[in-house]
Design a protein around this ligand. Structure first.
Ligand code: AMP
Length: 147
């Protein structure tokens, strides 16, 4: 009891995310746990609510390449091996919960909000994950002035 064994960091590569990343790494060290990182790409068709008039294959590939690079860099920074770096496509909260469940994660660490609104106490991803997870979730409080 009281120990975490596998922590999953939900990374959106936002400028404010360093706080979330550092908290996840510190918890990993404190508990001697494994750390995994997930980044989710929402398919452009979902983000834009359905039909889109041009072929988005190339754009998607380009975005995927960028996300892969950011994930690798974060993995190196936090000392997380490639097999614990997850780049997924889908609905963000669903993918976070799926990867957590499939990999025996016992703590999810995310930011209280990210791109979806500084005005909200809890952003949409944090809210959805908190409501649907059956494991612990740490929503690291982000505020405008913190670094
Ligand atoms: P948001 O729902 O945008 O307010 O984001 C809240 C938190 O959810 C962020 O600080 C991240 O920890 C996580 N998050 C948001 N978007 C993603 C994403 N695409 N992939 C992984 N984690 C995310």
């Amino acid at each position: 009891m009281g120990q975490y064994h596998h922590i999953l960091l939900a990374a959106d590569f936002n400028a404010e995310s360093a706080q979330v990343e550092q908290r996840a790494a510190a918890l990993r060290d404190t508990f001697g746990a494994s750390l995994s990182i997930i980044h989710v790409m929402e398919p452009i068709s979902i983000a834009y609510g359905g039909e889109f008039p041009v072929d988005l294959g190339d754009l998607h590939k380009e975005l995927e390449k960028q996300a892969q690079t950011q994930l690798r860099e974060l993995g190196q920074k936090l000392n997380v091996p490639q097999e614990r770096q997850f780049l997924e496509v889908g609905i963000t909260e669903k993918e976070i919960l799926r990867v957590a469940e499939e990999n025996g994660v016992d703590l999810i660490v995310l930011g209280s909000h990210g791109r979806h609104g500084l005005a909200l106490l809890l952003g949409s991803t944090a809210n959805a994950v908190l409501h649907h997870a059956n494991i612990d979730v740490l929503a690291v409080r982000l505020n405008k002035d913190s670094k």
